[in-house]
Design a protein around this ligand. Structure first.
Ligand code: MN
Length: 745
């Protein structure tokens, strides 16, 4: 192992001179990855402060690996390259990220710059670290456009990466922060481009993540490198102002420090200076010159307990007059994102307004490092509420581009539980939904809306048609294809993950089954009556009463339902109507007339399509009315149907297809191919190009044969659609034979 890399990585001036150090008052705590020398030793020391000893060797190993990979590579500043990943890891350590994130930080440029493969990383550091590095590498390749209209798309790309693992974004922000701190070594035009990208993409994301320190620093650095002249002028003016106000600040510090001591409140008192960028924004917004921007300085008071916040507030208000309307209690009523503090503005000794923020240590942690702090301190269990709040939070990120940039003054923080058991997926309009791991497009559609769920017929994930049972992954864009008359499929119950989808499907099935079987029963009876020369509409109340009395049903609907479910045979009921009508006719044994029942697709769950022969519209079909099972549609030449017919010859009715039929029907294809590279992919492409949804594929390979047999289960509209698909399949030279599977005997 080489000795640790040389120190001094940050060449950009980072130190924010605030106020002179006084007893009881200190400067802001050192910024993460700040001015101390960057080295493996310093990193490990920092890490040892919060991670178990056992995790240090892996971090050391990642360092050695990265060091070897970057050997001989130098940064624009002339330093050995390894100083950069170490500095990035140090920033991550200051956010107390876990060992895997730190390892990813150390390795983040090895794949991109040094061609280290994913497989190598998996072998050395495991799949998670490799996945993080891969995420970082991909993020680097994203071309962010600075054109306004493409902002939304850029953000969406960032969010996709973030939804995969929040650590990718945290490490990326650390990377960007360090690059911004060391931007001086770059050429001017490159500096400006990177500064713009930082202002437009990275700073807002840091803001939304609640990484307020990072947010302020990125903005300030972005301003400095984007507008070097303005920055220099303002910096000079601020220096002068700082000198002028030194007395004022000192007086306030001395007085308040003493007051807190007298009141016996333990405080840490920090002087705060607004960043140059926020002062600049304020000048622009209010059209003021620097001389008129007054609240450049403020103080932050950090106390041990919540109660101390209010005591400290009392002490301050006794000392200086508060400005009316400027007091805000974000402790009693936290901001939506969880930010807590007391804010008050006091009128200082010379009439200058000075803002105080009072908070506890814990509140401070959330306020400064937002998501990172929260990510570390999160509880293990992921409940539904946490998932929902995460989804809401991710959603809020999407609004960034619409945001009024004047909001810079209100540095909000966001906290989040990124639940490990959730996946985050997008609607085509970039709305984010959180679903439990293992969720399918059906869960997705029910999560969006019950009607969408009930009318689902197919799904596209990232633009590709997929089976409805496909497991969704974070970042997937899911599009649901609906048909207005479509109904939930009972099979969905075998794969949905969410309780919501399950109960909605059950409910819809129950309701529609009743309605559908009644409707089918009515149509079956009407048809049977017609064969008897009777019209169902012409039956009067006395006819119905006699019929119901005979059948024992309480209502017409109940009788229809019985017929629709096959508990009663329509022809027999119809014959009975005749019999009741003309008691002496003995008509029950009349031969049945011809006349087929039309399938129009509205039958839903009361009609099943037999899986032995898988009939599709256009096929010659017959219907079997099993007891209590509704109607099963078979091909006329299906061997199973023939066997059933021999057993129950009276349970069959003729069927025809309505020309208005809609929906998709499963059909089995057998394709014999000469095996070769990409054969399956080419077939799948040919099939989906013709809008047929592949629900399932199996492959039978007999090593003694040069050919293989592929079996596809497809969803098609009708025979013509199937013929189109078959034609497209047969075009390929490697296809020996393609056709519909024979019915199972
Ligand atoms: Mn980097």
């Amino acid at each position: 192992m080489r000795s640790p890399p040389p120190p001094a990585v940050g060449c950009a001036p980072r130190k924010r001179p605030v106020v002179r150090r006084k007893p009881g008052a200190t400067l802001e705590p050192p910024a993460p990855g700040g001015d101390h020398p960057v080295s493996l030793g310093a990193l490990l020391e920092q890490v040892a402060g919060y991670l178990p000893e056992g995790e240090l060797p892996a971090i050391r190993a990642a360092y050695r690996f990265a060091d070897a990979a970057h050997l001989g590579q130098y940064r624009a500043s002339g330093e050995p390259y390894i100083s950069h990943p170490v500095a990035v890891a140090e920033i991550c350590a200051s956010w107390k990220l876990d060992a895997q994130a730190l390892m990813a930080a150390l390795l983040h440029d090895t794949a991109e710059d040094k061609g280290i493969t994913q497989a190598e990383l998996v072998e050395h550091f495991g799949p998670t670290v490799a996945m993080l590095v891969d995420g970082l590498t991909k993020l680097d390749k994203i071309q962010f456009s600075s054109r306004e209209e493409n902002q939304a798309e850029s953000f969406r790309k960032m969010l996709l990466a973030m939804a995969r693992d929040i650590r990718v974004i945290l490490v990326k922000l650390a990377d960007r922060l360090h690059n911004m701190r060391t931007l001086d070594a770059m050429a001017a035009d490159k500096r400006r481009r990177i500064a713009t990208e930082t202002m437009e993409i990275y700073a807002p994301i840091a803001y939304r993540l609640g990484l307020n320190q990072v947010y302020r620093e990125l903005q300030d650095l972005g301003f400095r490198h984007g507008h070097p002249m303005r920055y220099a002028v303002l910096n000079q003016a601020l220096k002068v102002a700082r000198g002028n106000r030194r007395d004022l600040i000192d007086r306030i510090l001395t007085t308040t420090t003493k007051s807190f001591a007298d009141a016996d409140i333990k405080v840490q008192l920090y002087g705060r200076e607004k960043t140059l960028y926020s002062i600049y924004r304020k000048m622009q917004r209010k059209h003021r010159s620097f001389a008129h921007v007054q609240d450049i300085f403020g103080f932050r008071v950090i106390v041990p307990e919540v109660l101390d916040c209010y005591r400290a507030l009392g002490v301050l208000h006794a000392q200086y007059k508060p400005m009316p309307g400027k007091f805000e209690d974000f402790i009693a009523i936290p901001k939506l994102n969880g930010y807590q503090s007391l804010h008050t503005t006091l009128i200082g000794p010379t009439g200058t307004p000075v803002e105080f923020q009072i908070r506890t240590e814990a509140m401070h942690r959330v306020a400064e490092s937002g998501v990172a702090a929260h990510w570390l301190y999160k509880s293990g269990a992921a409940d539904a509420a946490a998932q929902a709040s995460t989804a809401a939070w991710l959603q809020s990120l999407l609004d960034i581009q619409n945001e009024n940039r004047d909001a810079a003054e209100f540095l909000e923080t966001v906290k989040v539980d990124l639940a490990p058991d959730a996946v985050y997926v997008f609607t085509p309009k970039a709305r984010i939904l959180a679903l439990p791991r293992g969720a399918t497009p059906v869960d997705f559609s029910y999560a969006v809306h019950t009607d969408l769920g009930n009318q689902t017929v197919a799904a596209k994930v990232n633009g590709e048609l997929v089976p409805l049972r496909t497991e969704l992954h974070s970042g997937d864009v899911v599009e649901i294809v609906t048909a207005p008359h479509s109904r939930p499929n009972p099979n969905w119950l075998s794969f949905v993950r969410t309780g919501r989808a399950r109960s909605k499907i059950r409910h819809a099935l129950k309701v529609s089954q009743q309605a559908e079987s009644q409707d089918l029963g009515r149509r079956l009876l009407a048809r049977a009556l017609l064969q008897q020369g009777l019209r169902i509409d012409e039956l009067g109340a006395p006819d119905w009463n006699r019929l119901l009395h005979w059948s024992g049903n309480r209502s017409q609907d109940e009788l229809f339902g019985d017929i629709g479910l096959g508990r009663r045979v329509a022809e027999i009921v119809a014959a009975r109507v005749r019999l009741l009508d003309t008691p002496d006719a003995g008509a029950a044994e009349q031969p049945l007339a011809r006349g087929a029942l039309q399938l129009d697709g509205s039958e839903g769950t009361s009609v099943h399509y037999a899986s032995c022969c898988r009939p599709i519209p256009g096929d010659a079909v017959i219907g079997y009315l099993g007891k209590g099972e509704g109607l099963t549609v078979h091909l006329q030449d299906c061997p199973q149907a023939r066997r059933l017919f021999l057993k129950h010859p009276h349970s069959w009715i003729d069927l025809s297809w309505s020309p208005q039929l809609g929906g998709l029907f499963p059909v089995s294809l057998v394709v014999i191919v000469n095996n070769g590279k990409g054969v399956l992919a080419k077939l799948a492409a040919a099939i989906s190009e013709h809008d047929a949804d592949i629900a399932h594929v199996t492959m039978d390979e007999d090593s003694s044969q040069p050919t293989i047999e592929l079996r596809f289960l497809l969803d098609v509209r009708d025979r013509k659609h199937l013929a189109d698909v078959l034609r497209a399949v047969r075009v390929h030279k490697f296809v020996v034979r393609a056709g519909r599977a024979k019915p199972r005997a």
